[in-house]
Write a protein that binds this ligand. Structure first.
Ligand code: GLY
Length: 554
């Protein structure tokens, strides 16, 4: 009773002392030049939404393996003037000629090569439409001003790093198949050396057209003509009509509450928000920081398993299928899921409804977080799917196409590149948006406002979940982005962890409870986060030490 009274006093006192606007702007992105571009725009009088346009466009140039004009993404916005939270859905759509079985071979199996390599794998891109939409509806500066840093970077070049070389090496075989992509991203057929200045003249020209004509300059006219001609000549199914028909959609974010933290996160067609909140709902009654590491890991893994199972069964583009979001996020449903967790033993995924077999995971995508001095915020996760997307550039455009069609379920219960399975809810259909895992998220208490997200394919959601738990435990953003990671996605039925994610004793303790553990390669994820402490006034940004990103301030 007495403790409850204290808690009530705290809740009342803290907001009264809280500031209305941050004393400085902060930004964290996956590349120093993209952070620089955003800071330049903030310093020029742009707001967080203008900065988001500049950072997105710069990332399209300096991280051609992660996102770009040939891809899409989700921009989660908070507008300080009226408190509005909204998600800009710039996700790719399936072209009109797409059909459910387009990746099946003569024996009815998914042709993995066609599903991820070359223009047949590409959806109709949404990024350019989203950037124009952001600038014109929410920004303060003209689109052309926001695109200026990216045009400069494409024209003058950026310096190749180890990370670029690693990702270009990973996709070199596929990049070599397309002379246009190889000429831009390789040097004599190999990843260029560190220090090489990589210039993208065609991309600079395409960006300049968008700066002058807006999205019209990309979805119609010469650029559209070149995009469609290049795609069709190489076996893809785009048409001019698909490009002309592309529309950004404003969606209500998924909003929930976890132990006093308001969580505002991605709506469908990202699965991220629903899976994140379902897992948080399952975990809500447990005081995780006070539990032993093994007990905590066990229940978090079991919550992930159940939430990802529902991803496979129910989630898809809400404009095409009915998704029982209210049911999945109902506290009573969470209680039922929680009751099915044995505190001493792993639940075999096979005892939950069945699904398919896994494949190895490979991924790229990017995320940035920004807050301006007015308190406007953006959490944006953008993608072309695998590193260098479809590894295909329609001649004369400089635009790397996505291979986001692989985020559809090409065949029921057959895993995609991330080992994710799905059913009819995520089957391919013309105009439909493939289910995503991208999870740009805001976390809020009366005293603290956090912005976070990360790339990482199917593991995005579990990484954001671990980040939200750190925020809820009062940890700073440096901790959210750096903490060791582990993951369960229902199938494969194994706990995946990064190098150093679980120490030897912890691995043994989880095995003793019946968990199968797999260390996955090196480390994973590239989280970018911002925290505004409204009581102390501190604004801090943090970039994942696993990547090459940096925070910036204005
Ligand atoms: N392409 C990764 C995702 O959208 O989840």
């Amino acid at each position: 009773m007495h403790r409850n009274w204290c808690a009530l006093v705290l809740v009342v006192v803290l907001p009264a002392a809280a500031a209305d606007a941050p004393p400085r702007a902060a930004l964290a992105s996956a590349h120093p030049l993209a952070t620089e571009a955003g800071i330049e725009i903030l310093a020029a009088g742009g707001n967080a939404f203008d900065a988001a346009v500049a950072v997105s466009a710069a990332l399209a140039v300096v991280e051609p393996y992660s996102s770009g004009l040939g891809g899409g993404g989700f921009w989660l916005l908070h507008r300080a003037s009226d408190g509005r939270d909204v998600m800009i859905d710039g996700r790719e759509t399936a072209p009109a000629e797409a059909d459910r079985d387009m990746y099946l071979n003569a024996t009815g199996e998914v042709d993995r090569d066609r599903a991820v390599n070359g223009p047949l794998a590409a959806g109709i891109p949404g990024e350019v439409a989203a950037l124009e939409y952001l600038a014109s509806r929410y920004g303060r500066l003209p689109l052309a001003r926001n695109l200026a840093p990216a045009i400069r970077l494409a024209r003058d070049g950026f310096v190749v790093t180890e990370r670029y070389r690693m990702l270009a090496g990973y996709r070199a075989d596929v990049l070599r198949r397309d002379p246009e992509a190889a000429a831009i991203f390789l040097l004599d057929g190999e990843p260029p050396p560190v220090g090489h200045v990589l210039k993208q003249a065609d991309l600079a020209a395409t960006l300049a057209i968008v700066a002058q004509d807006g999205a019209r300059g990309f979805y119609s006219g010469n650029v559209a003509e070149r995009l469609v001609a290049g795609v069709r000549a190489a076996g893809g199914r785009w048409s001019r009509r698909d490009l002309a028909a592309y529309r950004v959609i404003e969606r209500e974010p998924v909003i929930g509450e976890y132990r006093g933290v308001r969580v505002v996160t991605a709506a469908l067609p990202s699965s991220g928000g629903v899976v994140l909140l379902e897992a948080l709902n399952i975990l809500a009654p447990w005081d995780l920081p006070s539990m032993s590491a093994t007990d905590r890991h066990h229940v978090v893994i079991e919550a992930m398993r159940r939430a990802y199972r529902d991803r496979a069964d129910y989630l898809g583009d809400p404009d095409f299928v009915d998704v029982p979001v209210t049911h999945l996020l109902d506290p009573q449903y969470a209680a039922k899921m929680r009751a099915s967790i044995d505190p001493a033993r792993a639940t075999p995924s096979s005892s939950l409804p069945p699904a398919g077999e896994p494949e190895p995971v490979g991924t790229h995508t990017t995320h940035f977080s920004v807050i301006d001095r007015e308190g406007n915020r953006v959490a944006a996760t953008l993608s072309i799917n695998l590193p260098f997307g479809a590894a295909f550039v329609p001649p004369g455009t400089g635009v790397v196409l996505n291979d986001e069609m692989d985020d559809f379920s090409a065949k029921p219960m057959t895993p995609n590149a991330y080992g994710l399975v799905g059913v009819n809810a995520n089957a391919i259909a013309p105009g439909k948006r493939p289910l995503s895992s991208m999870t740009p998220t805001f976390v809020e208490t009366p005293a603290r406002i956090g912005i976070l997200g990360t790339p990482g394919g199917s593991r995005i959601i579990s990484m954001v979940l671990l980040g939200v738990l750190e925020f809820a435990a009062g940890e700073p953003p440096a901790r959210w982005v750096s903490e060791p990671r582990y993951h369960h996605q229902y199938l494969p039925d194994e706990v995946q962890f990064e190098r150093g994610g679980l120490d030897d004793a912890e691995q043994a303790a989880l095995r003793a409870r019946g968990h199968t553990l797999t260390e996955v390669g090196r480390t994973y994820g590239n989280m970018q986060a911002v925290l505004w402490d409204r009581v102390t006034g501190a604004v801090t940004a943090a970039s994942d030490p696993r990547g090459e990103g940096v925070p910036g301030y204005d």
